[in-house]
Design a protein around this ligand. Structure first.
Ligand code: ZN
Length: 396
């Protein structure tokens, strides 16, 4: 008896809580499970394994799938049948015959069979939303002006509803990247920009739209986009520079959220002992006061053009000082920067890398990379889609 045969039964899309040790920014699953598990969790797990394989490797025959997943041909045939019936997998035609015998039918993730709605609440003057395909491509994108704080919730609900209605296939769920500290149930513990304290944003959207909703900090969403679509490795820190400075962190391929869900909140870490710019939080010399877009733009505007590179290098050095202990402690191999390339890409990133190398153990950390994301402005939307893919299908 194969593992999947133990658990034949419903074919609902309930997130399967595959183990007590699952970690993610939201409830549900660990990222990228790669092996078989206990019989009682096997069916959901093996469904995810099939979807994950097709998501990353593309169309293949059922025989290829059996080989890739180490599941039996019978089990694969069974799971693929279910996934076709549920609209997640499609037969896409036969492979050109390369030998004797019947040519193999290819199956693939049905990328257009479902849609995901993603929202990005991290912008300083707009809220961005999109309908996305299961491969993270954007089908439709909308922006609304950021309203007064007391109208934000209604605006977000209205935008989400409009996107669900615009979707041309069933919506798998809604993913939201928002500023602030957010727990694993999508409750915003603190988001000073919106005046939210203990606000259940996921609950509010769920109530209004009756769909699964996953909410995470915008930098945590962004690092998921980098992992799934940007080719980031298992040990990566993404620094998101905008109105504030935050980061999202994967260690050994698992999202780190911290004991109070504030992992990655590096913006108000004081950098150095030599003072520095005044920060909005009341301290001086916070990383955010050196590096945020408003802070950098103000300093650049006030200085002669000849000092531009020096100001950017200075900010890069502060970033390197803040990150060196993190790289050392966690043995990270990659730092990815997300934000305006005209500020980050160049002297700032170069100086950050030099500083990191100078302040960590050469034998291990000389290979650490600092690079810009290639996900551009849509990184949070795409990360929000990964949250839904991971939470609902076990794909990341
Ligand atoms: Zn501060």
């Amino acid at each position: 008896m194969t593992a999947s045969e133990v658990q034949r039964g419903s074919s609902t899309l309930e997130p399967t809580h595959t183990s007590g040790t699952a970690r993610s920014f939201g409830p549900g699953r660990a990222l990228r499970q790669g092996a078989k598990v206990l019989p009682e969790h096997a069916r959901g797990h093996n469904r995810s394994l099939v979807l994950q394989t097709l998501f990353h490797q593309g169309a293949m025959s059922r025989a290829d799938l059996a080989r890739e997943t180490h599941l039996t041909r019978v089990t694969i045939s069974d799971l693929v049948g279910e996934l076709i019936a549920d609209g997640f997998v499609a037969e896409i035609g036969v492979r050109e015959a390369s030998g004797p015998g019947k040519p193999a039918m290819l199956v693939d993730l049905d990328r257009a069979g479902h849609r995901i709605v993603g929202l990005d609440l991290s912008g300083s003057d707009v809220i961005i939303g999109a309908v996305l395909a299961l491969d993270g491509s954007i089908v439709e994108r909308r922006e609304v002006a950021l309203p007064a704080a007391d109208e934000v919730v209604q605006t977000v609900v209205d935008l989400a509803r409009a996107l669900v209605e615009a979707a041309d296939a069933p919506v798998l769920g809604i993913g939201v990247g928002a500023p602030g500290v957010i727990d694993d149930r999508g409750v915003i513990l603190a988001a000073p920009n919106f005046g939210w304290v203990g606000f259940d944003l996921a609950g509010a959207l769920q109530l209004a739209l009756s769909l699964p909703v996953l909410v995470a900090n915008d930098a945590n969403a962004a690092v998921l986009a980098e992992y799934t679509f940007g080719g980031a490795g298992d040990d990566v820190l993404l620094v998101k520079v905008g109105r504030g400075v935050g980061s999202g962190l994967l260690a050994s391929g698992q999202p780190m959220r911290g004991g109070r869900f504030a992992a990655g909140e590096i913006g108000h870490v004081t950098v150095g002992t030599d003072g520095g710019p005044q920060c909005v939080c009341g301290k001086v010399g916070c990383l955010e006061a050196w590096l945020s877009v408003p802070s950098l733009t103000t300093r650049l505007a006030a200085a002669p053009a000849a000092e531009r590179d020096g100001i950017l290098r200075d900010a890069g050095e502060r970033l390197g000082i803040a990150l060196a202990p993190v790289v050392g402690a966690l043995d990270l191999s990659e730092i990815v920067l997300s934000g305006p390339p005209e500020l980050l890409d160049g002297p700032l990133a170069e100086r950050a890398l030099e500083t990191l190398r100078a302040r960590t153990l050469a034998a291990f950390h000389d290979g650490v990379r600092v690079r810009m994301t290639e996900q551009g402005q849509d990184i949070v939307l795409r990360g929000a889609a990964v949250m839904v893919l991971s939470g609902q299908l076990g794909v990341s």
